[in-house]
Design a protein. Structure first.
Length: 184
């Protein structure tokens, strides 16, 4: 090995060590007083005259005025729940941002379908980076769509009723899991 190559390898090794330290520092919680303990569940539907909302301590809807959420997609999963005394299935998307957010929507809503198709179109390498999720109102007051960006690239999705959402969901979940298993 030449002296220049050796120096370059040493510099790259130092840079890698500094990047590891930076990632470790960013991963630590901020030491301060705050009201952000735990996760924040966000309901993605237009039920309460807004695009998405959370619930306050008394379980009253609290509209979210932010128009988008940018963070790391950590998990996609389906869960059976009970709403209005009836069993139903929900899609839960866990996003790590300034805190953990859990987006909840009905498993067969346009919001869920748009999110699933977009994540299925992305690669695990793209899902290592933050994505941006934005609720978008439909023409009908009950319809909510999901727009997804990877960086500044809008992920254009299209689907129709013949789409196999079971396979699309499997692909999206597999992409998300593969991204979580990738080394930084």
């Amino acid at each position: 090995m030449t002296n220049d190559t050796n120096q370059l390898l040493q510099a790259l090794s130092r840079q890698e060590e500094l990047l590891k330290r930076l990632l470790t520092a960013l991963d630590k919680p901020k030491l301060r007083l705050h009201n952000d303990a735990g996760s924040c569940k966000i309901y993605c539907n237009r039920q309460h005259n807004c695009l998405w909302y959370s619930l306050d301590a008394d379980r009253n809807p609290k509209p979210i005025t932010a128009t988008a959420l940018t963070g790391y997609l950590k998990e996609l999963r389906f869960e059976q729940a009970e709403r209005r005394g009836k069993p139903c299935h929900k899609l839960l998307a866990t996003i790590q941002a300034d805190r953990t957010y859990i987006l909840e929507s009905g498993h067969d809503t346009h919001f869920s379908k748009g999110l699933l198709v977009a994540v299925a179109l992305l690669t695990p390498q793209q899902l290592i980076a933050p994505i941006t999720i934005q609720p978008a109102p439909g023409d009908d007051d009950s319809v909510l769509f999901c727009r997804v960006w990877c960086g500044s690239e809008y992920i254009k999705v299209s689907y129709d009723e013949s789409a196999n959402f079971r396979e699309i969901a499997k692909a999206a979940i597999a992409n998300c899991k593969a991204a979580q298993e990738m080394p930084f």
